[in-house]
Write a protein that binds this ligand. Structure first.
Ligand code: ZN
Ligand code: ZN
Length: 99
């Protein structure tokens, strides 16, 4: 068996990590993405996009209203402007907007 160079070992480790991230829950994937961003010197929160998606409307700027828990029939459902982000769908990144 050939001995592995440190580069090959590192490559295998990254490959295993990525494979694990693919299989594992998106939470783990997000965690790895965050650590990659940090190591790249990018903003950990937004990845240098300078904005973060609104969690309430999922970045669309509008939320469905009417019915219970979103399970409404289409005749009842209506889209209203998200009052969490003022219909913008995103916020300025709190990390990046720090001066
Ligand atoms: Zn919103
Ligand atoms: Zn940021």
């Amino acid at each position: 068996m050939q001995s592995l160079t440190s580069n090959e070992v590192a490559g295998l480790a990254v490959g295993a990590l990525l494979l694990g991230a693919t299989i594992a829950a998106p939470k783990v994937d997000a965690f790895i993405a965050a650590s990659q961003r940090r190591s790249l010197g990018m903003c950990r929160k937004c990845g240098d996009l300078k904005s973060v998606a609104c969690g309430r409307c999922k970045g669309t700027g509008t939320i469905k209203s009417g019915g219970f828990f979103g399970f409404s029939d289409s005749s009842n459902a209506r889209s209203v402007a998200c009052d969490n982000c003022r219909a913008k769908g995103c916020f300025p990144c709190p990390e990046c907007s720090k001066s």
